[in-house]
Design a protein around this ligand. Structure first.
Ligand code: PLP
Length: 400
């Protein structure tokens, strides 16, 4: 449509949301569908956080706040960054937005000029390349393969950097693979960045707390203090505190960048929801014990899903360190024909046939930049996971 902007034609709608919508439609039409596409915990928001929000409403904390967040939440974020990440930030170095998504978007909008490049390791979270395009930049995809458990190598990072590179977007544990970088693996990447002083790093730490088997989370500014002045550390309460609908994310970094991001927000959405901000204060400063309780459950589900998927013919599923996703390869299924007669030419065809023939909704790997694979979110009940994995095994067994 000629009326729409050229910028819009550069981006595509979120494929993960498309899968969730399609599964919901089939369900509404009476089909027996199990959705493994969700990007959110299936737990309820903890009671103490809900109570804090109710108290905020009753106390009349329902008006505009400072554009980039209330001082109480900024203080709580600084304390969190010190407690969990050993990072020193002052409230002036912190900005709060409507979810981590808005914060990432503000940072790109505030820094990218036409032609500026942003290195994005693949498999990537679906929104990174499109956000870069919306902000006028150029995504440069740096592939990580199954051979390195989908973690970017220093060599691949080095090869992706050009004089036009402005940012590396780093995400650990990763959506979609669940891969978490150890201190030494991350140090390999920060050493590369030290050699390229014009490149900044945007670290998306959204899945920080969702880690298993005693994995120790770490973040670039902590691993390489010399990068502190060119690191934006992004995080939020959505995943760890089951608060996806409350829409609170934040970032800490150099004051000038933080101010620029606030300027973008001041002319777009203004402050994030006042009540949600008070709920986030409680999330960050209140009891943290339910994170460990939830992780024990997630770890059990991860182990269940990995075992069942590895038992499916043609499927190979690595064991990830964190998040609530697994990312199996289906190289052994490509080129075959399903029991229902579908030609499995690629991972999109696999996901479509799996949904139509077995009623299991997964997101195909091409959406995340790495094929042939698919993403399973195990943020759903054990019973649903067992049933879904049994159906995937049946589907694969029927391939000829
Ligand atoms: C890697 C990653 N970063 C950021 C976000 C955005 O989270 P929020 O709900 O805080 O906007 C998500 C949500 O799916 C994510 O998976």
């Amino acid at each position: 449509m000629a009326f729409l902007s050229d910028t819009l034609s550069r981006v595509k709608p979120s494929p993960t949301i498309a899968v969730t919508t399609k599964a919901a439609e089939l369900k509404a039409a009476g089909k027996d569908v199990i959705g493994l596409g969700a990007g959110e915990p299936d737990f309820d928001t903890p009671q103490n956080i809900k109570e804090a929000a109710k108290a905020a409403i009753d106390a009349g904390k329902t008006k505009y706040t400072a554009v980039d967040g209330i001082p109480e939440l900024k203080k709580a974020i600084c304390a969190k960054l010190k407690r969990d990440n050993d990072l020193d930030y002052t409230p002036a170095q912190v900005t709060i937005g409507t979810g981590g998504k808005q914060v990432l978007y503000n940072a790109l909008m505030a820094t990218l000029n036409a032609g500026d490049e942003v290195v994005i390791p693949a498999p990537y979270w679906v929104s990174y390349p499109d956000m870069v395009l919306l902000a006028g930049g150029e995504p440069v995809i740096a592939e990580a393969t199954a051979a390195t458990a989908y973690k970017l190598t220093p060599e691949a990072l080095e090869a992706a950097i050009t004089p036009r590179t402005k940012w590396l977007i780093f995400n650990s544990p990763s959506n979609p693979t669940g891969a978490g970088y150890t201190w030494d693996e991350l140090k390999g990447l920060t050493d590369v960045l030290l050699r390229h002083p014009h490149v900044w790093v945007m670290s998306d730490d959204m899945y920080e707390h969702l880690v298993y088997d005693d994995f120790k989370f770490c973040t670039p500014a902590q691993v390489e203090p010399a990068l502190y002045e060119r690191t934006l550390t992004v995080n939020g309460v959505s995943k760890a505190y089951a608060m996806t609908g409350w829409r609170i994310g934040y970032a800490a970094g150099p004051v000038e960048l933080i101010k620029a991001m606030g300027k973008i927000q001041s002319q777009s959405t203004s402050n994030p929801c006042s009540v949600s901000q008070w709920a986030a204060v409680e999330a960050l400063t209140g009891p943290q014990d339910y994170i460990a309780t939830n992780n024990a459950l997630f770890q059990r589900r991860r182990d269940l899903v990995v075992e069942m998927l590895n038992a499916a013919e043609g499927v190979e599923c690595p064991v990830p360190e964190g998040a609530f996703y697994v990312y199996p390869s289906i190289a052994g299924c490509i080129g075959k024909t399903s029991a229902g007669g579908a030609h499995i030419a690629d991972d999109e065809a696999f996901a479509t046939a799996l949904l139509e023939e077995k009623g299991v909704a997964v997101v195909f790997g091409a959406a995340f930049g790495t094929s042939p694979c698919f993403r399973v979110s195990y943020a759903t009940s054990d019973a649903a996971l067992k049933e879904a994995c049994t159906r995937i095994q049946d589907f694969c067994a029927g391939l000829r």
